[in-house]
Design a binder for this molecule. Structure first.
Ligand code: SF4
Length: 561
């Protein structure tokens, strides 16, 4: 099986020590990316860790595909215990950092402990440098990136940085790379902030030699030459359809259609797009650099989820206002989905939907934990009662846009996902929207009979995250291509994904998660039975993985902290 190569570099901030460890056996079993990150985290992070304490470990990983020149591979992974969900969580970002990371020669880079002073950590193939950066306290993402470039000649494509959101431990703060790309969901920016790390940079000339099968060229050619709606409108292309079928969360989830959809849909975003945007090596180029000269705003996006959170869910029908919100989140280092949904909860509490001045002001307050922002920075799951609004989250993770009340399999997926109400965990919506090919489409209504497919897609997405292959490659990947690219049977590859999901679940079980956490704030037909089907298929008891059900290869003594 094709897999990542190289050791683990562990950086301890307490004594500023670094250590290298051989993780070949883990690379071989878990490929790279999220698989390797999860396996390492499961073994090296204490089950009772405080996500914002020194013992939490943040591990960056790339996969073997980052040695290719194939489209859909400009991404990489970060894993830690999430301050938002309180469970083990991986987050995936695009941009251009993955190749620079691979150049360090490490398969994984882990950060543990905490520093007394604000640091930038420079990881290169010839060493690690700790730089005190007190002058960057409170700096935005752009200011931090500018500093690294002007002082060190380190480009934004080599950097993972946090903004004030991460420094102030906002529970949904992101880690930003290539300035506008986010390790967004789950608050990993707050994990870095709690460690007093403002930036991590990567570089070198020691990428391992990994031979990638020729199938990569076929996929790359198709991605470059075929037209696709996402090349024009990114993920927001689905917004009109979602609205049409009553599946567009609006006014803090109280409605499912938005009368102002034309102001924030795919066409509205495309009108503001001024050039192509992509991730490294990707000819699909689905990103959305947008600007509005009159308003003086330039950003990337918004994607569908953000157009929902800061648009329909906040009662805003003007794409320029959503672009401003998006840009504030990027600059302050905040997950734009969670920030938008949390602001929408506040607007619901204050009966202020559509008040764009209040929205932008509230984003700033969240980033700096000022006034009401200090409370909102805790996330919907923790503050909904105090606000007097419904809890639109699962395991503390607020909902993504694809509407589980209409796409019932997606709803089931939101309930069982280890990461909470996140759409990318199984991307189940992609087989339930009426637009998919008849032969592949599932009827959106009903949950029975979908549990096995939910588990299959969770495993497949975990495989993509381990490869690392972007999930938007779905129209270009099939069973044969996975087998050719990764040099293994599809069953073996899916088993890697299943092991990863099981380790995440097992870790979370040790922290007290069980079937009570696999709950939705709404009813779905036959939900209890579907949940049972899912557990049975996984071989779990009431949502709990027994020690016996842990992956066979699991050996807690293999590496050790
Ligand atoms: S498909 Fe889009 S998000 Fe995925 S790697 Fe390519 S440009 Fe990046």
């Amino acid at each position: 099986m094709l897999h990542n190569c190289g050791p683990l570099l562990s950086i301890d901030l307490g004594d500023r020590e670094r250590a290298e460890m051989d993780i070949d056996s883990i690379n071989e079993r878990y490929i790279g990316g999220r698989g390797v990150g999860t396996r390492l985290a499961h073994e090296r992070i204490p089950f009772d860790v405080d996500p914002l304490g020194p013992d939490n470990r943040l591990v960056f990983t790339a996969g073997p595909m980052q040695a290719s020149t194939m489209s859909f591979t400009g991404r990489m992974n970060a894993t830690a215990v999430s301050p938002l969900t309180d469970g083990l969580l991986s987050s995936n970002a695009g941009g251009f950092m993955s190749r620079n990371f691979v150049d360090t020669g490490y398969a994984a880079v882990e950060i543990v402990g905490e520093s007394e002073e604000l640091l930038a950590i420079h990881v290169r193939d010839d060493g690690v440098e700790f730089e005190a950066v007190p002058k960057l306290a409170g700096a935005t993402v752009s200011e931090t990136v500018e500093y690294l470039d002007s002082e060190h000649g380190i480009s934004s494509d080599q950097t993972a940085v946090i903004g004030p959101g991460g420094e102030n431990e906002v529970r949904f703060a992101s880690i930003m790379t290539s300035e506008e790309r986010a390790f967004g969901r789950g608050g990993l920016g707050a994990v870095l902030g709690a460690k007093n790390v403002k930036a991590v940079t990567f570089g070198g000339d020691s990428a391992p030699e990994i031979e990638i099968p020729a199938t990569q060229q076929e996929i790359h050619r198709e991605a470059a030459t075929e037209d696709h709606i996402m090349k024009h409108q990114g993920t927001v292309a689905v917004m009109d359809l979602a609205n049409e079928i009553g599946g567009l969360p609006s006014y803090y989830f109280s409605e499912q259609q938005f009368e102002g959809v034309e102001g924030i849909n795919g066409a509205a975003v495309e009108e503001k797009k001024y050039k192509k945007g992509t991730c490294s090596a990707c000819a699909f180029a689905c990103k959305l650099p947008t600007r509005d000269e009159a308003a003086g705003v330039e950003t990337e996006g918004p994607e569908f989820e953000v157009a929902m959170a800061f648009g329909s869910n906040s009662g805003v029908d003007d794409i320029v206002e959503v672009m401003k919100s998006n840009e504030l989140c990027d600059q302050y280092g905040l997950d734009a989905i969670s920030t938008g949904n949390t602001v929408a909860a506040y607007l619901a509490a204050e009966d202020e939907f559509g008040n764009t001045d209040l929205i932008h002001e509230t984003v700033e307050k969240i980033a700096h934990r000022e006034g009401i922002g200090d409370k909102l920075a805790e996330g919907i799951g923790r503050i909904h009662e105090e606000l007097g609004v419904e809890n639109w989250s699962v395991k503390g993770m607020d909902f993504a846009a694809h509407e589980g009340r209409v796409l019932h399999g997606q709803g089931l997926s939101y309930a069982v996902a280890n990461r909470g109400a996140d759409h990318m965990y199984a991307t189940f919506y992609s087989v339930e929207y009426p637009l998919v090919e008849e032969s592949e489409a599932l009827k959106p209504e009903g949950t029975l009979g979908k549990a096995e497919e939910v588990a299959h897609r969770e495993n497949l997405m975990a495989l993509n995250d381990s490869g690392v292959v972007c999930k938007f490659s779905r129209d270009y990947m099939n069973r044969e291509r996975y087998e050719a690219l990764f040099d293994a049977s599809f069953e073996e590859l899916l088993a890697v994904g299943a092991r990863t999901v099981t380790l995440e679940r097992h870790f979370n079980n040790q922290r007290g998660f069980d079937h009570e956490d696999d709950r939705l704030p709404y009813d779905l037909p036959d939900f209890e039975q579907a949940l049972e089907e899912y557990y049975n298929h996984r071989g779990w008891q009431d949502g709990v993985v027994s020690d016996e059900a842990l992956p066979e290869d699991y050996d807690a003594t293999a590496v050790g902290p």
